[in-house]
Design a protein around this ligand. Structure first.
Ligand SMILES: [Zn+2]
Length: 449
C-alpha cells in the first residue's frame, strides 16, 4: 500500500515547556533536542525567542547543533518578535519562523482589541516581513476552531498569498471534535487558492481528551503535518501526544495509510528522559509509554500473554522501546506468572515450593496492591528457611510457545526447570490451605475478562 508522508512537528520545547512545572533550561532543552533528532521528528519547535533570554539562547543553541530537522521559532505577528526569532534561528541548517495571530472574535475583541480588517492586514504584513528573512514560514490563526469559518478562510488566503509555506490550524482551547475538525480542513483545501503549494497542519489540545483523535481526523482530511509533544505535555490538559499519533498510524495502516520518519523504539526512552528532566510523572495508564501500558495483572490476561503475547497486545513493548512487558504481580495473578517471576529473579522453584510461595503470595497480595520483587524475595526466603522436602522434579520438554513468551516477557528467559513445574500434575494433598486461595486453581483464573 502506498503511504503518504506526514511531517511530525514536535513542540515539546515550546508549547510543552509552557505547561506548569515543565520549564527547562538551555542545557536540558539541548539534551531533549538531540534525542528528538534521533527519534526522527521532522521539525523541532525550539522556543519563543522574544519571551525570554533563556528561550532565545535555547533556540540559538539548538539551531547551531541540531542540523538534520527543521528548527522552528515562534513569533507573534509583530516586527520585534519576528526579528528576534530570526536572530536566534539564522544559523540553523533549516530555519522556520512560526508566526501566530488570533483570529476568533473573542480573542480579537478581548485580547488584541483589533478589528477583523486589522487582523488580516497584520497577518499579511507579518508573513511578508518574515518571508523577506526566511523561506520557510508557518502561520497559525490562533483559536482557529472558534473563528468564524469565512473569516478564517480570508486570513488563510492572505497569508498564503504573502508567502506562508505551512498553514497550521490550532485548536488552541481543545474545543473541536473529529468530525467538525475534518470538515474544517476539507473546507480549507477546497476554498483556498494555491493550497496545494502549502502544507496544512493540525495543532490540537486535549481539554476534552480529543487531541489525538482530532489530529488523526485532520490527517485523514488532508493535513500533512501534525504538531505534538512527548508525553502529551502542554498547556492545561496538554497537546496531542506524539507517541500516540505515531503508533496509531503504525498499528492501523489500513485505516491510516500514512508514514512518519519516527524510530518508534525511541519513544519510551525519550519519554523517560523528559520525565527525568521535568520531574513531571506520566500517569501510569498513559497509552504507549505509561508504566502500565504493557503491564498485565489480571490472571486470565497473564495466562494468555504467556501463551502468546498477541492475545492482549496490539503492539510489542519492544516496538516502542519498553524493555519488556511487565507482568505485575497482584491478587489477580496466577501461578504461571508467579513461577516466571521467581525464575526471573533466579529461583527455580520446585512444584511444592511454588505452592508454598503461592499461598503466602495470595495472602500478601490481598493486603497490598502490588507485590514487588523484594516482597517475593522475602517469601522465597521464608520457604527456604522451612527446608521443605522437595519431590523429584517432573520435567517435561519445554513447550516452544511458553519459552518464547518467557523470553519476551522476562528480563531473563525462565529456565526449563522452572517452567516444567507448571506442567506438573496436581495432587489432592497440594490443594490450597488458606481459604483465600480456594478459587485459585492452576489454569483457573476468575478475574480480568
Ligand atoms: Zn498550543
Amino acid at each position: 500500500m502506498e503511504t503518504i508522508p506526514i511531517t511530525i512537528f514536535d513542540t515539546t520545547l515550546r508549547d510543552g515547556e509552557q505547561s506548569p512545572g515543565c520549564s527547562m533550561n538551555v542545557e536540558e532543552k539541548l539534551r531533549m533536542a538531540r534525542q528528538l533528532d534521533r527519534l526522527g521528528v521532522d521539525v523541532i519547535e525550539a522556543g519563543f525567542p522574544i519571551a525570554s533570554v533563556g528561550d532565545f539562547e535555547a533556540v540559538r543553541a539548538i539551531a547551531a547543533s541540531v542540523r538534520r530537522p527543521t528548527i522552528a521559532a515562534l513569533a507573534r505577528a509583530r516586527r520585534e518578535d519576528i526579528e528576534r526569532a530570526w536572530e536566534a534561528l539564522q544559523h540553523a541548517a533549516r530555519p522556520r519562523i512560526h508566526i501566530f495571530l488570533a483570529t476568533s472574535d473573542i480573542h480579537l475583541e478581548h485580547k488584541l482589541k483589533i478589528t477583523r480588517h486589522q487582523c488580516v492586514e497584520q497577518a499579511r504584513t507579518a508573513v511578508a516581513l518574515a518571508k523577506s528573512l526566511c523561506q520557510d514560514i508557518e502561520f497559525s490563526p490562533e483559536d482557529a476552531t472558534r473563528t468564524d469559518p469565512e473569516f478564517l478562510l480570508e486570513v488563510i488566503q492572505a497569508v498564503v498569498d504573502a508567502g506562508a509555506t505551512t498553514v497550521n490550524i490550532p485548536d488552541t482551547v481543545g474545543y473541536t471534535t473529529p468530525g467538525e475538525f475534518a470538515a474544517l480542513i476539507q473546507k480549507i483545501r477546497r476554498q483556498i487558492r494555491a493550497i496545494d503549494q502549502v502544507k496544512i497542519s493540525a495543532h490540537c489540545h486535549n481539554d476534552l481528551g480529543l487531541a489525538v483523535a482530532n489530529s488523526l481526523a485532520a490527517i485523514s482530511a488532508g493535513a500533512r503535518q501534525v504538531e505534538c509533544t512527548v508525553n502529551g505535555i502542554g498547556e492545561r490538559a496538554g497537546n496531542a501526544s506524539l507517541e500516540e499519533i505515531v503508533m496509531a498510524l503504525r498499528v492501523r495502516p489500513e485505516q491510516y495509510p500514512f508514514a512518519t520518519e519516527i524510530d518508534s523504539r525511541r519513544l519510551f526512552p525519550i519519554s523517560q528522559l523528559l520525565t527525568e528532566i521535568t520531574k513531571v510523572a506520566v500517569q501510569p495508564n498513559k497509552a504507549i509509554i505509561g508504566r502500565n501500558a504493557f503491564a498485565h495483572e489480571a490472571g486470565i490476561h497473564q495466562d494468555g500473554m504467556l501463551k502468546n503475547p498477541l492475545t492482549y497486545e496490539i503492539m510489542t513493548p519492544q516496538s516502542v522501546g519498553v524493555p519488556d512487558s511487565r507482568l505485575v504481580l497482584g491478587k489477580h495473578s496466577g501461578r504461571h506468572a508467579l513461577a516466571l517471576k521467581c525464575a526471573a529473579l533466579g529461583f527455580e522453584l520446585e512444584r511444592q515450593q511454588l505452592d508454598e510461595v503461592y499461598r503466602r503470595f495470595v495472602v500478601l497480595a490481598d493486603n497490598i496492591k502490588q507485590v514487588e520483587d523484594h516482597h517475593l524475595l522475602e517469601l522465597i526466603g521464608e520457604i527456604e528457611d522451612k527446608e521443605i522436602r522437595i519431590p523429584p522434579a517432573h520435567v517435561e520438554e519445554l513447550p516452544v510457545s511458553l519459552a518464547v513468551a518467557a523470553a519476551a516477557g522476562g528480563h531473563r528467559p525462565a529456565s526449563a526447570k522452572a517452567l516444567a513445574v507448571l506442567h506438573a500434575e496436581k495432587k489432592p494433598s497440594e490443594l490450597p490451605l488458606h481459604p483465600m486461595t480456594d478459587h485459585h486453581h492452576e489454569e483457573d483464573y476468575l478475574w480480568g475478562v
